[in-house]
Each structure stands twice: as C-alpha cells, then as structure tokens.
Design a protein around this ligand. Structure first.
Ligand SMILES: Nc1nc2c(ncn2[C@@H]2O[C@H](COP(=O)(O)OP(=O)(O)OP(=O)(O)O)[C@@H](O)[C@H]2O)c(=O)[nH]1
Ligand SMILES: [Mg+2]
Length: 303
C-alpha cells in the first residue's frame, strides 16, 4: 500500500473510531468483494446469535433494516448478502434480486431478502432517505457529488470546481507524476489529430468515438497527468481564495485537451462536457478516493 492510500485508510479508520465512540458498531464492506461480504455476513450472524442467546430466543426470526441516503449501496449489499447467505444456509428458495443502479432513487419499495438460517435472518432493502430540506449549500454539493442527489441541481462545472477544490488540497495528485507530459502522451494526441488518413468515414467516426471515450486508460492517465502538470506549474498560493479559483480555471481549460473535447463548442458546452466527464471519473473511483467530511477535531490525533 502506498503513502497516499495510507492517508485515505487513516481517514477511514478515524471515522470507524468516531462511530465506536458514538456507541455504534462500524463495519467497512465492499459489496463487490466476496470475502468482504462473507466477513460481514459472519459478523451479522454472530451478532444475531449472540442477541438471541442473551434473550433466550433461539428460534426467533430476526429482521434487519438497511437504511441510508440514496445511492449509498443498500441494494448492492442486500443482493450480495442474500446471495452469500443463501449458499451458507443451503436455501432452496428463489434467488431474489434488487435493482442496483448508479442513479439515486432506484429502490421505490421495501423488499425482504433472507440472509441466514438458525435463526432465520431477513434483511429489508429500503428506498434511500434524505432530510426534507437541506439548507447547507456545501452539504448539498457533497450529496450531489457522491450521487445521492440527482445531477441537475448544480451545474456540472460548479460540481467539477467543487471536486477540484477537494482534489487540489489533497495529496492525491502527487501520485500522478508518472503521467506527466511525456512523449507517449504527445504521440497519442498527434495520432488523433492525423486521423484524416483513415480510409472510411465509419472507421473515422468509430476512431473519434473511441478517442473521446473518457473511461479508457489512455485518457484517464492524460487527465491525471494534466492535473499533476497544472498543479505543479502553478505558482500561486492555493490557500488564497483568488488563487484557488485561478488554479481550478487553469485545470478546467487544460482538461479540455486531455478529454479530447472538439474545438469550437463555446465556453458553456466546453465546461459542461469537461464537468460531466470529470465527475464520472471521480464517481467511478478513477481519480482517487476521498472522504468528503473531515473528522471532528478531537479525533484528529494519530491512531
Ligand atoms: N465500488 C463500489 N460500488 C458500489 C458498492 N456498493 C454499491 N456500489 C455502486 O453504487 C451504486 C449505487 O448502488 P445501489 O445499491 O443501487 O444504491 P442504493 O443505496 O440501493 O440506492 P437507492 O436505491 O437509490 O437508495 C451502483 O452503481 C453500485 O454498483 C461498493 O461496495 N463498492
Ligand atoms: Mg436501492
């Protein structure tokens, strides 16, 4: 594990300890990782058995409710625990499946999933919940950034700016020195510009689409390198609001080329396209992992 991942892990551990101090039992899980889900399932089953034993209810059925903000991964977790719990309980019933999607508000009803036997354990997947009103603009930006609130409430450029503020103050970009402007990067761009030599129009369109697909490694690495180069060359003081904005604007302009955004689109479209692509890379974890909330000061001391 490198130094920067370590910094993120430290933040996560800090939050785990914070919840312990609030008398909660925190458990970190990745729903896409079998071992991680198995660990959580064993943990839940042990907790439930312990509770049943303590209350002398050996054969009770226990129901657990999954509650959280939209798009946080409740349905994905319900599916993984159900799949895993069914195997270990040798269940013969139909395998159920909750719809998982990157859009918030996907789950509209409460559904039950069996995740254990002896005692029977049922998990309720529920629709995401949020307060009726959110008055804090920063909190709202965080919720949109993570995808808990549908896009559209905040302009992609504004959201991209917000993300860049977080990124610029973190050490994440230092990890991208290896993607700094180099021959490979320049060659790939020259190749794109000279595509006129490709025989058919269809081939040319396909190549263009491929070159503009921001999820391909080549472009992701260019984006990382561009951010690294822009921050490294910046001679202002990012603690100052004015300079912070200057740096973000410089990054947004430099990223047009990294994302291969065609020229002549106009300022508004440029920013929109760059914003949407940058947010997508952030949300799919390709620009690093960030904890958006800072730990309460009392918990900042080393672990
Ligand atoms: N990397 C990663 N992605 C996850 C994990 N869990 C869920 N996701 C992704 O997060 C997105 C939202 O997952 P859902 O399970 O639909 O979220 P939800 O909380 O049920 O959302 P609502 O039903 O809208 O409240 C999907 O794109 C999932 O693939 C996880 O543990 N790791
Ligand atoms: Mg859901």
């Amino acid at each position: 594990m490198n130094k920067i991942d370590l910094a993120h892990q430290t933040q996560v551990k800090g939050w785990m300890r914070y919840f312990e101090q609030q008398n909660c039992i925190p458990y970190g899980v990745n729903s896409h990782n079998k071992d991680s889900v198995k660990g959580l399932l064993n943990f839940i089953q042990a907790q439930v058995r312990g509770l049943c034993k303590a209350n002398h209810h050996a054969s009770e059925t226990v129901t657990i409710m999954l509650v959280g903000i939209p798009n946080v991964g409740k349905s994905a977790l319900a599916n993984s625990l159900h799949q895993m719990g069914r195997i270990s309980a040798a269940e013969k019933g139909r395998l159920k499946h909750a719809t998982v999607s990157p859009q918030p508000g996907e789950t509209k009803d409460i559904s039950s999933f069996k995740i254990g036997s002896h005692p029977n354990i049922y998990l309720l997947d529920t629709p995401g919940i949020l307060p009726r009103m959110i008055h804090d603009a920063e909190l709202c930006s965080k919720l949109v950034l993570t995808g808990a609130i549908r896009d559209g409430l905040i302009e992609p450029k504004e959201l991209a700016r917000y993300f860049l503020t977080i990124l610029n103050l973190s050490d994440q970009y230092k990890k991208w020195a290896k993607f700094s402007a180099n021959e490979d990067r320049l060659l790939s761009f020259i190749e794109y510009k000279e595509e006129g030599s490709i025989s058919s129009k269809l081939e040319m369109r396909q190549k263009k689409q491929h070159m503009m697909d921001h999820t391909q490694d080549l472009i992701v690495n260019d984006v990382r390198g561009t951010i690294f180069d822009t921050i490294s060359c910046f001679d202002g003081n990012i603690e100052l609001e004015e300079d912070k904005i200057k740096l973000m604007e410089a990054e947004l302009v430099a990223l047009r080329e990294a994302f291969r955004v065609p020229q002549g689109l106009g300022e508004y479209v440029y920013n929109r396209v760059v914003g949407v692509k940058l947010l997508d890379l952030y949300r799919t974890g390709r620009l690093g992992h960030y904890t958006l909330d800072t730990l309460p000061l009392t918990l900042h001391h080393p672990l």
